[in-house]
Write a protein that binds this ligand. Structure first.
Ligand code: CO
Length: 133
């Protein structure tokens, strides 16, 4: 079902500082995008088959602002690429894994995304992602 790691989402307080750091590691900034539905600004760095996705909250109500408040900056989620997201969600649920999103919703980078519930994923916030690029 899972093809590869689509991206690793990392919560940062300041996107520009985050960008500077990953550029120092030699990664190249691909794009910056705002996702109003998630109240985040996102910066992408391709890294092989995957991307580093830096997430900065644009509102105190943003899930990213809440995550930073609780746990500080750092890895927020791991996104696995799947070919057919609705089918993957049906299969995941049939396998007894709880979902946060029962239906795909639009994410950054023109992807369709859905989150699994961390209570049934050993504490890791897992996103399933249908890449459309
Ligand atoms: Co993501």
């Amino acid at each position: 079902m899972v093809k590869h790691i689509s991206h690793i989402g990392i919560a940062v307080k300041n996107l520009e500082e985050g960008i500077e750091f990953y550029q120092k590691l030699g990664l190249e900034l691909e794009a910056i995008e705002e996702v109003p539905s998630q109240m985040v600004r996102v910066a992408f760095f391709p890294c092989g088959d995957t991307r580093i996705e830096l997430l900065e909250a644009t509102s105190p109500e943003s899930p990213i602002a809440k995550a930073i408040e609780k746990r500080g900056e750092g890895v927020h989620h791991i996104a696995f690429a799947v070919e057919d997201l609705p089918a993957a969600l049906t299969e995941t649920e049939a396998n007894g894994i709880r979902l946060i999103d029962k239906e795909p919703r639009p994410g950054a980078h023109q992807a369709d995304i859905a989150f699994l519930h961390p209570k049934s994923t050993l504490g890791v916030l897992i996103e399933l992602c249908k890449e459309n690029h």
